[in-house]
Design a protein around this ligand. Structure first.
Ligand code: SF4
Length: 259
């Protein structure tokens, strides 16, 4: 796992410029932002979420260097499919760990008229991230829990940095979708869903809240990595649990969807 000092800064790729350390690419994503999207999953994450479906993205050293020029070329070739607001999403892992390298990537995409989004847990925030936001059309902000102690139990980190990032996004009026993974017994407590809604309800930059049902699709990857999947006994959400979370969040946000 990355040392704490490394995760607090934007990590530069091994070759310093012109490359991103990536985990994988998805050419026709429909899950991470509007329309059809070219999704680049970056390597490295400061969190260790108990339910992470891609635990192999956590360690920065496991990725492969990929030339930004090649990614731009791929995105441009995909452009005819970017209808209905589609474009490029950079996800992870935690993309803001490589914010410095992402700036030229997003600059090129914007030059070519391509919509850009980042899917972030908001933990890494520095001047590179601020500059990256100048070229970012949409932020998908994953807030794992509104209570910092429970957030730490879920992710290994407290939530103050994520909330500070959210505040900055509000200050610059950055279009933002909140994402919330609903884990039975861990993040579906009604009182905390209300607290979450109360906290964010005045954020005019939030366009949508996405409830992400808990699933166990990544459990086998933990085993492959020789790690224990601690939520093995946690069931997936019932329809009633999802409906109840949707009902509560709809008291605070105009647009709530279950992904
Ligand atoms: S923030 Fe995302 S990539 Fe990182 S550990 Fe959590 S679920 Fe996995």
């Amino acid at each position: 796992m990355l040392e704490k000092t490394a995760t607090l800064e934007t990590v530069q790729t091994a070759k310093e410029t012109g490359f991103l350390k990536i985990h994988s690419i998805e050419s026709f994503g429909t899950f991470d932002g509007p329309g059809i999207r070219f999704v680049v999953f970056l390597q490295g994450c400061p969190f260790q979420c108990l339910y992470c479906s891609n635990p192999d993205t956590m360690e920065f050293k496991n990725g492969q260097d990929f030339a930004i020029d090649d990614l731009v070329d791929k995105a441009i070739r995909m452009k005819p499919y970017f209808i209905n607001g589609g474009g490029v999403t950079v996800s992870g892992g935690e993309p803001c760990m490589q914010a410095k390298s992402l700036i030229p990537f997003f600059k090129e995409l914007k030059k070519n008229g391509i919509h850009t989004a980042i899917d972030t847990n908001g933990y890494v925030f520095n001047h590179y991230v601020k500059e990256l936001l100048d070229y970012t059309d949409l932020v998908l902000l994953d807030v794992k829990h509104i209570n910092s102690e429970i957030h730490q139990k879920i992710t290994s980190r407290r939530n103050e940095k994520t909330l500070e990032t959210a505040t900055y996004l509000r200050e610059i009026n950055q279009p933002t979708w909140l994402r919330y993974v609903l884990v039975p017994g861990l993040s579906d407590q009604p009182a905390y869903l209300h607290e979450f809604g109360q906290y964010f309800k005045e954020f005019d930059n939030i366009e949508k809240l996405e409830i992400q049902p808990y699933h166990t699709l990544g459990a086998h990857k933990w085993e492959l990595l020789g790690k224990e999947y601690q939520l093995a006994d946690t069931p997936e959400n019932t329809r009633a649990q999802l409906t109840e979370a949707h009902r509560i969040f709809s008291m605070y946000f105009d647009d709530v969807v279950i992904n």
